[in-house]
Design a protein around this ligand. Structure first.
Ligand SMILES: Nc1ncnc2c1ncn2[C@@H]1O[C@H](COP(=O)(O)OP(=O)(O)OP(=O)(O)O)[C@@H](O)[C@H]1O
Ligand SMILES: [Mg+2]
Length: 314
């Protein structure tokens, strides 16, 4: 099973749009995909369910908040019990033999970072606090290790625009990280810093794993791979990003050590402006010869190849 965190602590860069469309496109190629919405804004959730449906069907029992809540994440309910199969998109993709499942979010998730941070404190010995650190940071990894998730080819996690504890649990649970970014000056400034923050988390976690030795409940060191930056909201002219955006991409390519995917997500309010309204992401609804969707399928091919090492063309 491949677990990919889609993250950038800059807001509004297209994380959710990319996650929803990649998930639906890969499901529409016959794969079983699970989307996990870890953002209290719940935009990924509302890309598949209306607010009314979420209120009546999901809010009380089936959101990730319920799982993080309580004494320790996962004590209230097993993660697998939260999985739902959004009807509209699945009616659409089922002909391919694929399936797109979701674990939905909740506005109340916004309080969970503080709750988790409070739980991190209070250890009486160094060994105990390091044990707590490992336990909390690996909670999502532990939850996803449930055999119920083995049937998924891919889990995509839509992270909130921050680097709080919930986001950190996503990175610890992931074997890959994908970073959407806009090709403008301010957005490209933070790319190296974010990659550095991920590296720091991994080093710290692995250090604690070493420290605790046999006391880690069988947990191993982690080494999530940085798949790369996907540039989003790209305006094209004659098949290439417009000059200002191309310059920003080149700056990142020259000055940064993070890899960049060649494929981009084109800017298209026509396709992405009404995200969620139909419950079916735009890229799977678009006609085969739609130029934005053609580029998106190319990006999906590259993404699939990056994390599997295999080509999976449409
Ligand atoms: N390629 C695109 N073309 C046009 N509009 C887009 C594109 N991608 C995203 N948008 C629009 O930009 C806004 C932000 O996109 P999105 O919600 O995906 O970003 P995000 O990074 O998930 O934001 P947040 O940090 O708040 O979670 C949305 O209104 C979305 O419809
Ligand atoms: Mg989002």
């Amino acid at each position: 099973m491949h677990v990919v965190s889609v993250m950038n602590y800059k807001g509004g860069v297209g994380k959710t749009t990319l996650t929803a469309n990649l998930g639906a496109e890969i499901a529409n190629r016959g794969h079983k995909v699970l989307l996990l919405d870890l953002d209290p804004q719940a935009n990924l959730t509302f890309s598949f369910y209306s607010v009314d449906e979420w209120q009546s069907e999901l809010r009380k029992e089936r959101t990730i908040k319920r799982w993080y809540d309580g004494e320790m994440p996962g004590r209230n309910v097993p993660l697998a019990k939260l999985v739902v199969t959004p009807p509209r998109v699945n009616e659409f993709v089922q002909g391919s033999g694929g399936q797109l499942d979701l674990i939905s979010s909740h506005l109340g998730l916004i309080d969970i970072d503080l709750l988790l941070a409070a739980r991190l404190g209070g250890g009486t010995t160094l060994a105990e606090s390091k044990r707590k650190y490992i336990q909390l940071h690996s909670c999502l990894a532990d939850g996803l290790s449930d055999p119920a998730f083995r049937e998924y080819d891919l889990v995509l996690i839509d992270c909130a625009p921050n680097f709080g504890l919930v986001t950190k649990t996503a990175i610890v649970a992931s074997n890959h990280v994908l970073m959407p970014a806009k090709a403008d000056y301010l957005s490209t400034l933070g790319i190296d810093y974010l990659a550095g923050s991920c590296d720091k988390l991994v080093a710290e976690y692995n250090d604690y794993i070493d420290y605790n030795g046999a006391d880690n409940g069988g947990r191993q060191k982690i080494s999530p791979r940085f798949l790369g930056v996907v540039f989003t909201m790209i305006q094209t002219y004659a098949g290439r990003p417009i000059v200002t955006q191309q310059n920003h991409i080149e700056q990142v390519r020259l000055n940064s050590e993070v890899p960049i995917l060649n494929g981009v997500l084109r800017n298209s309010p026509r396709h992405f402006g009404d995200a969620g309204a139909s419950g079916i992401p735009a890229m799977v609804r678009a006609p085969m010869d739609d130029d934005v969707a053609v580029d998106f399928r190319r990006l999906t091919n590259e993404f699939v190849k990056a994390f599997t090492g295999h080509k999976d063309t449409a």
